[in-house]
Design a protein around this ligand. Structure first.
Ligand code: ZN
Length: 211
């Protein structure tokens, strides 16, 4: 009688990365998902390496409504407020929108190219939409943001970067200088940098506090 073949012990895999349970095809499980039609493919082989911080509120300075959400979904009633008339036929999006209370909404998969930066360049590299993730904070450029927004932004940036890694982070005002001014002087870069603990070279030189 042949000897039975001994059962092999399963070999633990060393190649399998930790399960990324918080991400599914570029969608973050901790955000509410509102898929926008305003996106396209990223250039082949390009991964996001930059996060761009914006501010938005519709109408400007009014918080808590659903107008920003509607704007990114091409569902804004442009007759509802005089300011909205200029937004007719404007198709834009960001990957994320963080409300005053820290609630986070995602509109576009991070694997796709959202339409938030427009004409832009970061450290000599043009077309930031190709290689960035756009994060809109509910707010008014130049005005302060709420504590819950910094907490949510840090959590989101760390999730986008991945465990133990960092991203470059800039404001729209830094990548579209002279054309855009958001998030503006009310945004506390020093607080963000301290809370993330990422190297200073991840941030615009202009916002890094002197050592
Ligand atoms: Zn912006």
């Amino acid at each position: 009688m042949p000897k039975p073949i001994p059962m092999l012990m399963p070999i633990p895999s060393v190649a399998t990365p930790e399960p990324q349970t918080d991400w599914h095809d570029g969608w973050w499980a901790r955000a509410r998902h509102c898929p926008s039609p305003n996106f396209g493919p990223r250039p082949a082989g390009v991964e996001p390496s930059l996060a761009i911080v914006h501010s938005i509120s519709l109408p400007p300075g009014v918080y808590g409504g659903d107008e920003v959400e509607r704007f990114f979904l091409n569902q804004l009633d442009v007759s509802a407020h005089p300011y909205f008339a200029a937004l007719r036929d404007v198709s834009v999006s960001a990957h994320f929108f963080i409300r005053r209370d820290g609630h986070c909404i995602q509109f576009v998969s991070c694997r796709k190219r959202a339409w938030h930066a427009g004409g832009s360049a970061w450290r000599g590299r043009p077309n930031c939409n190709d290689y960035s993730v756009g994060i809109e904070l509910e707010g008014l450029e130049g005005e302060p943001f709420d504590a819950a927004q910094y907490t949510a932004l840090c959590e989101l940036l760390q999730a986008v970067a991945g465990q133990g890694r960092c991203l470059e982070v800039a404001g729209h005002e830094h990548v579209s200088a002279g054309r855009k001014a958001d998030p503006g002087a009310g945004f506390e870069w020093v607080q963000l940098i301290a809370r993330l603990g990422w190297p200073h070279q991840c941030f615009p030189e202009a916002v890094v506090a002197p050592d």
